[in-house]
Design a protein around this ligand. Structure first.
Ligand code: SF4
Length: 399
């Protein structure tokens, strides 16, 4: 189906312009051997690449994946096997691209594992199980390299398709990132999804946030699972830590979002997100079963796979992303292109020569040497909008 679509696009768009001198398109490796494309590139992005002289087949051959993971996303590796066989040298992985000035000021999202071990029932990014992770030592070397620091944007986020606390040295990695980017990166953001077994590490992150109030932001998320026991366990965690959290400040929103703790914690740079909601908000990626969704109130303001397919306002906009499988280019897509509304391709110097003509996501700083410049987000595609002011609630008792 993918190839047929590109044949149609080829006919529609034709070939215009010449191949950019920096792009040896003939040398693009075929999509990773044995792994077929699992997503498509949105039409506008295809159009831009064709305007640089690529054929649909060449675009296809770059390899496009719904997950930033090479390999079977559904195979879980045990902790022991991961530690023995899944270790990746971060420096060696990124080294071929270090010093490539096109990438100056591009990178703001890093995961230290190539997936997420939490496997929530609902996950917008449909995070695969991790099968590889960066070694701590190699991250120390990478963050010590000025060429890598030059590659970073003004804000660095750990936790996009994974949780840094799945890494045995996750908190130490946050410390080295903070230290080595002092003076160049304004904010380091950590997204972690609370679990009982990570409580000690979350405590350590909160302590670190207290010591780096001006630079470290910790976002503690709670899952949207079939059962709310993780959410209830978190409420207990909060109650047991009055030194960090002001329970009287817990609040929800007038439209019914449950326990949105944004104003609750005593530390301004700790945010808690509980995404449970009586209205249905998420229908992308991995979602709850029909049975679990039964009883939720549907809303007109959600991402519906059947009606939002062609109009994703961020479609074709790009940014980069690093995990132990690769340095990736992420392209925002429609749900018709990818069930995670993103499509990823492994970034190599050859591909970069032409991929740099795609348009950068305008929510983030436009990298100084990115040829495509910034794009325009055409319209919101149904993100939940919070209306009204937060009002205090009594924290629900454990059920
Ligand atoms: S929602 Fe977050 S914590 Fe849950 S599986 Fe997805 S990436 Fe992991």
């Amino acid at each position: 189906m993918f190839m047929a679509r590109f044949k149609i696009l080829n006919n529609m768009l034709g070939r215009t312009g010449a191949v950019d001198a920096g792009a040896s398109v003939a040398s693009f490796p075929a999509a990773r051997a044995g792994f077929h494309n699992t997503a498509e590139l949105p039409v506008k992005a295809v159009e831009i690449l064709k305007s640089r002289g690529l054929t649909g087949e060449q675009v296809d051959a770059m390899g496009w994946y719904a997950h930033p993971k090479i390999g079977d996303p559904n195979v879980a590796r045990g902790k022991k096997v991961l530690a023995e066989e899944g270790m990746v040298d971060a420096f060696a992985l990124v080294e071929p691209m270090l010093g490539n000035r096109t990438l100056d000021g591009t990178l703001r999202q890093v995961d230290v594992l190539n997936g997420c071990a939490h496997h929530c029932d609902t996950c917008c990014v449909d995070a695969p199980f991790p099968s590889t992770m960066f070694t701590y030592d190699s991250l120390v070397r990478l963050f010590d390299d000025t060429r890598f620091i030059q590659m970073l944007q003004n804000s660095l986020r750990f936790g996009a398709v994974g949780d840094i606390l799945n890494h045995p040295q996750g908190v130490e990695i946050v410390s080295i990132a903070l230290e080595s980017t002092r003076g160049t990166v304004d904010t380091v953001k950590i997204y972690t999804n609370y679990r009982r077994h990570t409580e000690d590490k979350i405590d350590a992150l909160i302590e670190l946030a207290g010591q780096n109030a001006d630079r470290l932001k910790v976002i503690i998320s709670l899952p949207l699972n079939r059962r709310d026991n993780v959410n209830f366990a978190f409420q207990e965690y909060v109650r047991n830590r009055p030194q960090y959290f002001d329970v009287s400040g817990l609040s929800t929103w007038e439209d019914g979002m449950y326990f949105f703790f944004g104003d609750g914690p005593r530390l301004d740079n700790i945010v808690v997100q509980d995404v449970r909601h009586p209205r249905l908000l998420f229908r992308t990626g991995r979602v709850l079963s029909d049975a679990a969704l039964k009883g939720r109130v549907e809303s007109h303001d959600f991402v519906d796979p059947e009606t939002s397919g062609a109009t994703h306002g961020q479609s074709s906009l790009v940014k980069t992303y690093l995990n132990p499988d690769a340095l990736w280019l992420k392209i925002y897509a429609t749900i018709a292109n990818s069930h995670t509304t993103s499509t990823y391709t492994v970034l190599t110097a050859d591909k970069l020569g032409v991929l740099t003509y795609l348009q950068w996501h305008p929510d983030f700083p436009i990298p100084p040497r990115w040829q495509g410049g910034g794009g325009v987000e055409e319209r919101s595609y149904g993100r939940p909008r919070l209306t009204g002011t937060p009002k205090p609630v009594v924290v629900a008792d454990k059920k």
